[in-house]
Design a protein around this ligand. Structure first.
Ligand SMILES: *Cc1c(COP(=O)(O)O)cnc(C)c1O
Length: 746
């Protein structure tokens, strides 16, 4: 397999017709003869963006020839060189750097630069051919050392060209070539993707299910990079990672302590294991943003009280098997992990931090102790600590790439054999090898210093974005503009200290009330953008811009956001962020403002939407916003959803038992109007926010019913903006729509 990584030469004479130019260009042909490409440029240009070229280069040759160093620019040239080499090493510890001079020698270069170099080329002493071989050897060695174990083995295997008799049946893609549409598929995904799609009978790649060979080496490599004692790649998402951890330790009747704001995979885990959940309740503000579980909820006395009050727990002294916390909520709120460990070590057997949104945190000091595992962390004495991370959400993993990290306790280590039994319960015997490779590569990419630089960059861009939004706001003066949710203080430049991002009691911006100082932090790379119309107290303004309209508008203009709330939407600054992307968002928001302010006709500003939703024919953008805004205000929807999520929901049976009723069809399909007091057999989850509202076995209360009534009215009135509620069954009978939910037959 030949990879393209050119050797980059930076020399201001690269294109000149002088001896210096001739000299440097004489290197090009011999290098190309050795099978490498050359890219010649004449200046460092914009340093930061140029340094980013390091990711596609195999080597740099930097000229320090006579003129630049002899005349009055010498100081500048040296400073530039130092800055360039510094920036380069900030991201890449290993890429070879050569200096190239005609008469100058290393004695003219200060030591702090020299020590970063791989060699010094004297053009007129050696032949170009000799120099080329020397440079190419270093460049190739560097490239060869790049791939981590599993990816390397997979590339070798795919390039090897052996005939396979094993699955998958498409035989390296050949089957696709026998049909026209198959041909299209082949052309679209490319040969390598299909050649690398192999099955577990290929021995030299190792086994994911047994953690052997190159897979095991890569898992060990990732464990080292992420500071875990054990690390397991998972090829079907953190949904599965969570279930594996649960199944490894929880059995029917076990007590578990669970964040009420948890991903549905955790609720599925509760159902599947037959556990008895005791929920910790998070705060919530009236924007609809889920806040942290208050520090006091974690107090052991508090948890004991909850256990005592739970009607299904017979042994009140039973030790809870597992705690599961959403570490970094969707909106970016994180907990101080060391504080939780201190409080609960030995009281609960395992502490699981669901870090689906937080795999980047251990690569930057900025995140302090606000993530589960990192360098020099204390172990618990008794409790195992788990973290599950969606590599694909914030790092460079492809969909479903995920991993489980484990930190042993001082007195107790993970039983790997036992754990792997649970792993096998959830893992396909035909794992997708490109996902394994992407777990491997995503980890290797994060190895410092490169990974740290990547995280730094995404934080820095997120800060720039926040400042840019504030500048626009200032420029508009009294006129309306969007706000980015976050602390009032924002560093004027750079990142500022992390303390700026910790949550303090009763600050108005967060609206989560009386929190313990410093127990929580907001991750700045998660940006919730607030639209006008609703304040943090849940008060509706005269006019407003429901976020669902704005995000429809944005998607029609090529910007797809991560999540839409009532008056907020959410974007993330992952390591894939570019200046172009967020600047485009800012300009599109300006365009939207224009359209709104002039009440532009929908056929002009949202033609695609109108095409599919003729009901809005003839309306302007502002009119539409106003209609939806009024309906939200009429139902007081911000308060309603907050009340609904904060209301005391009484469990009538264990979640697993409710599911048993469902599986055996001992359920009734109950219309919304008759739901109050009934026990749901379904998980009921409104989108947004995608947080389960009711768990199988819980009774509907008045607020839940009121919310469902609102949702069905809203969906009738505003087609195209439907609130989707998982668990709500929609049926059309006699031309009328009916909504109902499956409830346990009592
Ligand atoms: C997305 C998510 C998951 C599931 O991750 P997948 O990789 O999509 O399966 C688990 N927990 C939380 C908190 C999530 O947001």
């Amino acid at each position: 397999m030949r990879f393209k990584f050119p050797i980059i030469i930076i020399d201001e004479d690269f294109r000149s017709e002088n001896t210096s130019g001739l000299g440097i260009r004489s290197l090009v042909q011999p290098i190309e003869d050795e099978g490498m490409e050359v890219l010649g440029v004449t200046s460092y240009g914009d340093l930061t963006s140029f340094v980013q070229q390091q990711s596609r280069a195999s080597c740099f040759i930097l000229s320090i020839d006579d003129e630049e160093f002899s005349d009055d620019r010498a100081e500048d040239t040296l400073a530039q060189l130092r800055a360039f080499v510094g920036e380069l090493r900030h991201r890449n510890q290993y890429i070879p750097i050569f200096l190239y001079g005609e008469t100058r020698t290393s004695s003219h270069i200060p030591n702090d630069i020299l020590r970063e170099l791989h060699g010094f080329i004297h053009m007129f002493e050696d032949t170009p051919e000799f120099i080329a071989r020397y440079v190419v050897r270093e460049a190739k060695a560097y490239i060869r050392a790049l791939p981590p174990p599993f990816f390397r083995a997979l590339v070798d295997y795919a390039a090897d060209g052996s005939y396979s008799w094993h699955c998958p049946g498409h035989s390296g893609g050949v089957a696709f070539l026998k049909s026209p549409v198959g041909h299209m598929f082949h052309q679209f995904f490319g040969e390598n993707m299909l050649r690398a799609d192999v099955c577990s009978s290929v021995e030299e790649l190792g086994q994911l299910l047994d953690h052997t060979g190159p897979v095991a080496e890569s898992e060990a490599n990732a464990a080292r990079i992420f500071h875990a004692d054990h690390l397991f790649f998972v090829t079907n998402g953190t949904s599965t990672s969570n279930k594996i951890v649960w199944n490894s330790t929880v059995v029917p009747g076990d007590v578990v302590i669970v964040d009420r704001n948890c991903h549905k995979s955790v609720l599925h885990s509760i159902i599947m294991t037959g556990a008895i959940p005791v929920f910790l309740m998070p705060t919530r503000n009236n924007y609809g943003i889920i806040g942290p579980i208050p520090r006091s909820e974690f107090d052991w006395e508090n948890i004991q009280k909850k256990i005592a009050a739970n009607p299904f727990i017979t042994d009140k002294n039973a030790k809870p098997r597992l705690l599961t916390i959403t570490q970094s909520t969707y909106d970016g709120v994180m907990y101080n992990v060391e504080e939780i460990k201190q409080e609960l070590d030995g009281k609960i057997d395992g502490l699981l931090f669901d870090e689906a949104w937080l795999p980047h945190a251990s690569f930057h000091d900025f995140y302090g102790d606000f993530h589960a595992m990192g360098q020099d962390r204390q172990r618990c004495k008794e409790s195992l600590v788990f973290s599950t991370q969606s590599t694909h959400k914030l790092l460079a993993g492809i969909s479903q790439a995920s991993q489980i990290l484990v930190q042993d306790a001082e007195n107790y280590s993970l039983d790997k054999e036992l754990f792997n039994e649970a792993y096998l319960m959830h893992t396909s015997t035909s794992p997708q090898y490109s996902i394994i490779a992407s777990c491997d590569v995503a980890a290797a990419m994060m190895e410092p210093p490169g990974g740290t630089a990547l995280v730094q960059e995404s934080i820095a861009e997120a800060m720039e974005f926040r400042r840019a939004m504030r500048n626009v706001d200032e420029a508009w003066g009294e006129d309306w503009w969007f706000k980015v949710w976050g602390p009032d203080e924002l560093a004027e430049e750079g990142m500022g200290p992390y303390e700026d991002w910790t949550l303090r009691a009763n600050e108005r911006w967060h609206g989560f009330g009386n929190l313990a100082d410093g127990f929580n932090m907001l991750d700045p790379i998660k940006a919730t953008i607030l639209t006008p119309g609703l304040d943090v107290d849940g008060q509706f303004a005269e006019v407003g811009i429901p976020a669902c309209i704005l995000t429809k508008y944005l998607s029609e203009h090529g910007i797809v956001v991560e999540k839409t709330g009532l008056y907020s939407f959410f974007i993330m600054f992952t390591i894939g962020i570019t200046k172009g992307r967020w600047n485009t968002l800012v300009t599109e928001l300006q365009q939207f403002k224009d359209c709104y302010d002039t009440n532009m006709q929908l056929w002009r500003c949202m033609p695609e939407f109108l095409e599919n939703n003729r009901r809005y024919e003839g309306m302007g953008l502002r009119d539409l916003c106003h209609q939806i805004h009024q309906m939200y205000a009429q139902y007081n929807i911000a308060r309603l959803t907050t009340d609904m999520y904060m209301s005391d929901l009484t469990p009538a049976m264990r979640p697993g038992d409710a599911w048993s009723k469902m599986a055996h069809r001992e359920v009734d399909r109950v219309p919304i109007e008759e739901l109050e007091g009934r026990i749901t057999a379904m998980l009921v989850t409104p989108y947004p926010p995608g947080i389960p509202l009711l768990i199988p076995g819980e009774r509907f209360n008045k607020t839940c019913v009121e919310y469902l009534r609102f949702a069905s009215h809203f969906n009738e009135r505003f087609p195209g903006f439907e609130t989707y509620i998982h668990g709500l069954v929609k049926e059309v009978k006699d031309g009328k729509t009916h909504y109902s939910i499956d409830c346990v037959r009592e």
